[in-house]
Design a protein around this ligand. Structure first.
Ligand code: FES
Length: 108
């Protein structure tokens, strides 16, 4: 889990040190869980669990800009949240991310 921060609607929340993870990391803001991903061209954020049966996406396999859910194999575009392979039918929610001075912020 990442740093716990209080959520203030519509504002940036610091969730992790950029150097604290290699590919993906689960972070929590209040009661909500998110997954942040370090890709070649930047850091991205989706909801924390699969839209199919809520398996943690941090346990999925990241390949380029896609994440495969380990439970049943659904694949999603990390940048857009779009479902690429079934059985999931709902896109993932995505969130804005910024990195400043080695810290990752999301806008939940
Ligand atoms: S829980 Fe992710 S594909 Fe089923």
């Amino acid at each position: 889990m990442g740093l716990l921060s209080k959520k203030k609607k519509g504002s940036w929340v610091e969730v992790a040190e950029l150097d604290s993870f290699r590919t993906s990391k689960e972070v929590k803001v209040g009661r909500h869980v998110y997954t942040i991903y370090k890709l070649e061209d930047g850091v991205y954020c989706t909801q924390g669990s699969c839209s199919h049966e809520y398996s943690p996406l941090v346990e999925g396999i990241v390949m380029k800009d896609k994440v495969f859910c380990e439970k049943h194999g659904s694949r999603f575009n990390i940048k857009t949240g779009e479902v690429i392979d079934y059985p999931a039918t709902q896109n993932l929610k995505t969130y804005e991310v910024k990195v400043e001075e080695g810290k990752v912020f999301i806008k939940p």
